[in-house]
Design a protein around this ligand. Structure first.
Ligand code: AMP
Length: 569
């Protein structure tokens, strides 16, 4: 591997966005090196008080895109009781994630952030609101609840954010959102982020946003067909299992030289340590390192004493590294352009390259966007199992032995060992023992022989007030269910309020597809939507069939259930 550094290209950093010092300090301490595209485009107009309509999925950095401008206008150590900002989100998981993000970014400002969502005892929320709050992050049902009780006040409200608006609509929150926005002061600033822009979102935007700046992050560009020689695959894995999953993927891929991209400096440092612990020769490179340290790293790469470079985008920008075989995205890049730029580092000069992306379940959508924009398939792979890993290690041992046998190395000095042993043992047994010894000394006794679980598709949804879901009354208890891993949960936008019962869903599915009643898994009916499990391979058929039919006289909105597992980042 040869490598050189060139001057880093000029791009706008967080300080170029006019953010206040407290925020810059928080971002630096989190190891964020530069704004993502959505942040670069959203923060200036939002800080200037404009309304904004943004199309962006999870993984683009959209949370900070609205969180930083909110905090920008917050008076440090403010004492007022009523919030200046309200962020509406579809699920309780997202409410917690967004609150945590606001908390982290706003720590030097003493920002008081309170998440309120259904399912949590209301008493605790009442106390928190009563003590005084700067920013409320809420699911619509619970926000409305507090508004009507008079425990949430809009007296000081300056900014309202609708996050993942399409999903809030899908979950039946349209009326709640309308009611909330009606109560908000007319001169407030309004921000709407949505992964998709169906007409219903447009209507809300037209009614509630004033001359919004429009931002669309995944704009199709002319990048299609640029990197045909790159094999692209992705692994969906829960955050907690990412280091282990990466180790395993690297073990199986056995790259000659790879660059692993991380989002933040901290992530670079931690991952480098983990990989070194697994026996890789990994080197960290990020913008926090001085030129001397960077030069040393590049020197070790050039000398071949390191085989993995773990870097942030910023640090890798000026690098020209030859003979890279693998690019690994430890996180889904925040924009398709960044993905294309990263993977453009392999597959050069007619050589085949490999691009690997680790995605958290909630980032699945961003992968789809990248596929759409690049016009290239990203194959979804399963994280290698313990059995795959063992097979791969044995293959490496076999290859190493075979190399010795064909290379004609002098083996005579070992003959006496074999001959004395064959007095007592069969030659095959002697060979097996020798292989065991060679194998263990090459690979070590396997340290991580635990399976990495596939991410569970079972989010704890917050539900509109009073709509706890029923288990289907069709005798489908958990005992009868198939292996969860084989089943996909579908979201059907009709529920109890539309008179839907489990047998209606079973009837519609069995009537319109090849599935029989017993192929269908658990059914949950809530007030305004239902969830139904069907076998994975039939999911697309069922979605198409249900979309083309009516249930209780109404056309349902049907899709795979989206997942928001708790995010530990
Ligand atoms: P989001 O799309 O808001 O869910 O953000 C996705 C992830 O990116 C979160 O883990 C953030 O902490 C992280 N993130 C957001 N902005 C940046 C940035 N400018 N640099 C590095 N990481 C970021």
């Amino acid at each position: 591997m040869t490598a050189t550094t060139t001057a880093e290209s000029e791009t706008i950093g967080f300080d170029g966005l006019g953010l206040r010092p407290e925020l810059l300090a928080a971002l630096a301490s989190l190891g964020y090196e530069e704004p993502t595209p959505i942040q670069r485009e959203s923060i200036p107009p939002l800080a200037a008080g404009r309304d904004l309509l943004g199309q962006a999925a999870t993984g683009t950095g959209k949370t900070a895109a609205f969180a930083l401008p909110i905090l920008q206008r917050l008076e440090a150590g403010r004492a007022g009781r009523a919030p200046i900002a309200l962020v509406l989100v579809p699920t309780r998981e997202l409410a917690m994630q967004v609150s945590q993000a606001l908390h982290r970014y706003g720590r030097d400002l003493g920002a008081r952030v309170v998440p309120i969502y259904g399912g949590q005892p209301i008493g605790r929320q009442l106390q928190a609101l009563d003590r005084g709050v700067d920013i409320v992050v809420a699911t619509p049902g619970r926000a409305l609840d507090h508004l009507s009780r008079g425990t949430l006040s809009f007296a000081s409200l300056e900014i309202a954010v609708l996050d993942e608006a399409d999903e809030m609509l899908d979950m039946g929150f349209a009326e709640d959102i309308e009611a909330i926005l009606e109560k908000a002061p007319a001169n407030r600033q309004t921000v709407l982020f949505s992964a998709t822009m169906p007409p219903r979102i447009d209507q809300i935007a037209r009614r509630h946003l004033r001359e919004p700046v429009k931002i669309r992050i995944a704009r199709a560009s002319a990048v299609a067909g640029q990197a045909p020689l790159v094999r692209q695959s992705a692994y969906v894995v829960a955050r907690a299992h990412k280091p282990a999953a990466l180790g395993r993927v690297l073990d199986v891929e056995a790259p000659d030289s790879a660059i692993v991209f991380c989002r933040t400096r901290d992530e670079v440092d931690q991952l480098t340590e983990t990989l070194n612990g697994r026996g890789y020769r990994a080197e960290a490179l990020h913008g926090g390192m001085g030129q001397d340290a960077r030069d040393k790293v590049m020197g070790r790469l050039r000398a071949g004493t390191a085989d993995l470079l773990v870097a942030t985008d910023v640090a890798a920008r000026g690098l020209d590294i030859d003979h890279l075989t693998h690019v690994v995205n430890y996180d889904v890049p925040s924009a398709p352009e960044s993905y294309v730029h990263r993977i453009g580092r392999v597959g050069r000069a007619g050589r085949e390259g490999v691009a690997i992306t680790l995605a958290e379940p909630r980032e699945h959508r961003m992968l789809k966007t990248i596929e759409r924009v690049t016009g290239q398939r990203i194959t979804m792979e399963k994280v290698p199992t313990v059995a795959d890993l063992r097979a791969r290690r044995l293959e490496l041992t076999r290859a190493a032995l075979s190399e010795i046998l064909v290379s004609g190395d002098a083996l005579d000095q070992f003959r006496v060992v074999v001959e004395t042993l064959t007095d007592e043992f069969d030659v095959m047994e002697v060979a097996l023992a020798a292989v065991k010894l060679a194998h263990e000394s090459a690979t070590g006794t396997a340290t991580d022989d635990e399976e990495i679980p596939e991410p569970a598709a079972r989010p704890q949804r917050d539900r509109p007030a009073g709509t706890a879901p029923d288990q289907g009354g069709t005798g489908r208890g958990p005992a009868k269910r198939r292996n969860d891993a084989d089943m996909t949960r579908l979201f059907v936008g009709l529920g109890r309020a539309a008179g839907v019962r489990p047998q209606d869903l079973v009837g519609a599915i069995a009537g319109e597809t090849e599935l029989r009643g017993r192929d269908i898994g658990a059914i949950e009916i809530a007030d305004r939507f239902s969830l139904v499990e069907v076998p994975d391979q039939a999911a697309e058929d069922v979605i198409a069939a249900l979309k083309g039919t009516t249930i209780k006289g109404r056309k349902p909105n049907v899709r795979r259930e989206r997942v928001h597992p708790r995010h530990a980042g």
